[in-house]
Design a protein around this ligand. Structure first.
Ligand code: PLP
Length: 379
């Protein structure tokens, strides 16, 4: 059996090797390394795929979030509401810009931001909401957008984990994750569902004025060469990464399907086990399974992890510490116990390998051992 990895990028590469190498060769021969045609091509193809007017490529997902906040004209002390159960980057950029991150809890089933908790956290200083489409399914965007409209707030979607997921509105219409807020952000970090071979990211918007602003900010605040109207940053997607992404974008829907098939296999294998809660998908979204995350009940998680490692099955805990309990974000406003759902999840979740290359033999091996590990790790 092939060695199991959380994400098997080596095997995935074998399937697209010739196309990737040809694309890279062309760039090296043309020497158009920065802002070359490959970047424009990928940008256009991603705009079509998402059904959005503008995709602004940048250097990584964290920059996408930071630059998005920079275009909104916020002032120090303005509050931005986000979830405490996410990757640190979401709140990091808020704090870096001198804004105040306001954290709220999540729903126990979907792990996504609790809309009622957002409403309670709104104050006269609130300016924006950053919902995260965690692990590959959309947050409740229809409710979040309604709330934002009511209170005149901007919504930036952190779509680093859910590219390609569909949001299904109450009237049955669909929209891609990341295209509903005024701005959407993604990361092309190698292990993301659409990943390059280095760092990369992008911002999505339908707004022409924001598109103009964003392109200036990612380019040193420059709109006319060597005239700097704003304080900006240097944040680019390079041509080689764009070319690789173009090869993988064509396969994104197939990749998503493969992840969904692996998730369905897991769900089926674990159904009925009362120590394991399998992922719950909300009715208003598809799930692209950036992570396949179980919630354990009555299990010594450390013992289970040791068992899995002994069997050479990698497993991960996303995320072991919610943001309000992180040292760098410790704050008189928050204490342990404030966000019970996130704290419970942090203590009881476990993520299994999920990627585009899992075969039947590996899935069989993982599920058999997980069930055995759970049996041996009961508290
Ligand atoms: C990966 C990720 C980011 C940051 O993306 P980078 O490209 O690593 O900067 C931000 N938010 C979430 C939810 C992520 O998963």
């Amino acid at each position: 059996m092939r060695k199991i990895q959380m994400v098997d990028l080596q095997k995935q590469y074998q399937q697209i090797k010739s196309e990737v190498e040809e694309a890279l060769q062309q760039i090296m021969e043309s020497a158009a390394f920065i802002n070359g045609p490959a970047v424009k091509n990928f940008q256009g193809n991603l705009e079509n795929y998402l059904g959005i007017k503008h995709v602004i490529p940048c250097a990584n997902g964290t920059d996408a979030l930071q630059v998005s906040l920079m275009t909104l004209g916020l002032e120090p002390g303005d509050e931005v509401i986000t979830t405490t159960f996410t990757f640190i980057a979401t709140a990091e950029v808020i704090a870096l810009l001198g804004l105040t991150p306001v954290l709220v809890d999540v729903y126990p089933d979907t792990f996504n931001i609790d809309v009622q908790a957002i409403e309670k956290a709104i104050t006269p200083k609130t300016r924006a909401i950053i919902p995260v489409h965690l692990f590959g399914q959309c947050a409740d965007m229809e409710s979040i957008m309604a709330l934002a409209e009511k209170h005149d707030l901007s919504v930036i979607e952190d779509n680093c984990q859910a590219i390609g997921a569909d949001y299904i509105f109450k009237d049955g219409s669909k929209q891609k994750a990341g295209t509903m807020g005024i701005l959407g952000c993604t990361s092309f970090f190698p292990s993301k569902n659409l990943g390059c071979y280095g760092d990369g990211g992008a911002i999505f918007t339908d707004d022409d004025q924001l598109d103009y602003q964003l392109r200036g900010i990612v380019n040193h605040g420059m709109f006319v060469r060597y005239y700097h109207d704003l304080i900006g940053v240097n944040s680019r997607l390079d041509s080689m990464q764009a070319a690789i992404l173009d090869v993988k974008l064509k396969r994104l829907d197939t990749y998503i399907q493969k992840r969904q098939e692996a998730a369905a296999y897991y769900n089926n294998a674990f159904a009925g086990n009362n120590h394991i809660k399998t992922p719950v998908t909300a009715p208003f979204t598809t799930h692209v399974y950036h992570q396949y995350t179980l919630v354990l009940d009555g299990i010594d998680r450390d013992k289970l992890i040791s068992f899995m490692i002994e069997k050479q099955i990698p497993v991960m805990v996303y995320y072991p510490i919610p943001l309000h309990l992180q040292k760098a974000y410790s704050d008189d406003r928050y204490q342990r116990g404030d966000f019970p759902v996130s704290e419970h999840l942090a203590a009881n979740v476990i993520s299994l390998p999920i990627h585009t290359e899992l075969d039947a033999e590996q899935l069989e091996y993982i599920t058999t051992n997980l069930l055995e590990g759970v049996r041996l790790s009961q508290k």
